[in-house]
Write a protein that binds this ligand. Structure first.
Ligand code: XUL
Ligand code: MN
Length: 384
């Protein structure tokens, strides 16, 4: 299989997380299409993709690798536990394929115990449990040499404003994230270059407490004890588009604030619930995606592009659950290279023309490999 070039422009490394490859393609109105596969099988698919030159890194939630039992929150510390053995087996597979770990994140959304949130759960016992699950995720990330610990806002939000303790929620959130920072420092886990916040505006019913990149930066600067440790990984186009934000502006703003850690990458129909389309797939988003990479290029930002999307439900093949997942990884890698290639075409054109309209049209012509001269020549020919 041919290698796909990627390391042009802003992208230094491509990461494909466990949760994207393992995803069984259920949605709120349709059950799973693919059988769930074991984390070792996911690791093997990722290792194969790395050998084929499609990805260089991965990421995971704790639960993507090993199950969590609230009665044994420190099982990973016992080298003879099933948890430790499984983690080591996965690590060996990834290491042999040369895959590094971009970020470790804690699942505070899947387990019914966290149905009223994780770090902002109104029950202090559940908040304690969430913090201990964060600690375990941080330890697992350390085992894999993860560069970041990520907090995705997940179920930390509200469905009923009257039932929300507005005086407390942001203090609880700050307490939880400060705790994550302190734990990393106390344990002297030097693999972590920092922590990231991944904002998201809503779930099917709830509003989330950190809806956009702007909210996340404000929270880091004003409410957290160690603002320099924290930055943001926006999800583009999805999460910001859900709130009608523009991805180009989001990356430019985060770079200006020195808060852009890495990208979560996929595609999205504006104002819909999280589509998680693969990059450039679906009915819209091409222009925004290309201009986003172009902006990053002009700003001189370089970093990890992490896919965060799912294959189309129509492409889930229950009879070939591994093959269709391989195809999905390849499609993501192709889409990223395609977007980078198109963004590269915008590098040279003279940018500010007499009118903004002309600037926009000329930029898009460069993008599509069409020249004004060709269009005018064709028009002249037709007149004759
Ligand atoms: C959810 C989302 C998560 C995070 C990881 O929309 O993007 O997958 O990226 O917890
Ligand atoms: Mn994401």
């Amino acid at each position: 299989m041919k290698r796909i070039p990627f390391n042009t422009g802003p992208c230094t490394l491509r990461s494909m997380p466990f949760w994207c490859v393992g995803n069984p393609l259920g949605d709120p109105f349709g059950s799973a299409i693919l059988p769930k596969i074991d984390s070792l099988e996911v690791a093997q698919l990722l290792a194969d993709a790395a050998r084929q030159g499609l990805i260089e890194a991965t990421s995971f939630h704790d639960d993507d690798l090993v199950p969590w039992n609230p009665d044994h929150p420190n099982d990973d510390l016992d080298p003879s536990s099933e948890t430790s053995k499984k983690l080591e087996a996965i690590r060996t597979l990834l290491d042999r394929a040369g895959l590094s770990t971009n970020t470790a994140t804690c699942s505070l959304h899947g387990h019914p115990l966290f149905r009223r949130g994780g770090l902002t759960n109104p029950d202090p016992a559940i908040r304690r449990l969430a913090r201990s699950k964060v600690e375990r995720s941080i330890r697992i990330g350390h085992r894999f040499g993860a560069r970041y610990f990520t907090y995705w806002v997940a179920r930390d939000g509200f469905e009923v404003p009257a039932a929300t303790d507005w005086k407390a929620v942001y203090a609880w959130l700050a307490e939880g994230l400060n705790h994550a920072h302190d734990y990393i420092r106390r344990q002297r886990f030097r693999n972590y270059v920092g922590g990231t916040i991944e904002p998201k505006p809503n779930e099917p019913r709830g509003h989330m407490f950190l809806p956009t990149a702007g909210h996340a930066v404000g929270f880091i600067q004003s409410c957290l004890k160690t603002p320099d440790f924290w930055s943001v990984n926006p999800e583009l186009l999805q999460h910001e588009s859900m709130a009608l934000m523009n991805g180009v502006l989001t990356v430019a703003y985060l770079v200006a604030c020195n808060k852009l850690a890495f990208l979560h990458f996929g595609s999205q129909i504006k104002a819909q619930f999280d589509n998680d389309f693969p990059p450039l797939v679906g009915p819209e988003g091409l222009k925004e995606t290309v201009f986003l990479f172009h902006a990053l290029d002009r700003l001189g930002w370089k970093g990890v592009v992490e896919f965060d999307c799912h294959m189309l439900r129509t492409e889930g093949d229950p009879d070939h659950p591994l093959e269709c997942r391989r195809g999905f990884i390849r499609h993501c890698a192709i889409a990223l290279s395609f977007a980078l290639e198109l963004a590269g075409r915008l590098r040279t054109p003279p940018f500010i023309h007499e009118s903004e309209t002309e600037t926009d049209l000329l930029a898009q012509m460069a993008l599509c490999g069409v020249s004004l001269r060709t269009i005018e020549a064709r028009a002249r020919k037709q007149k004759r």
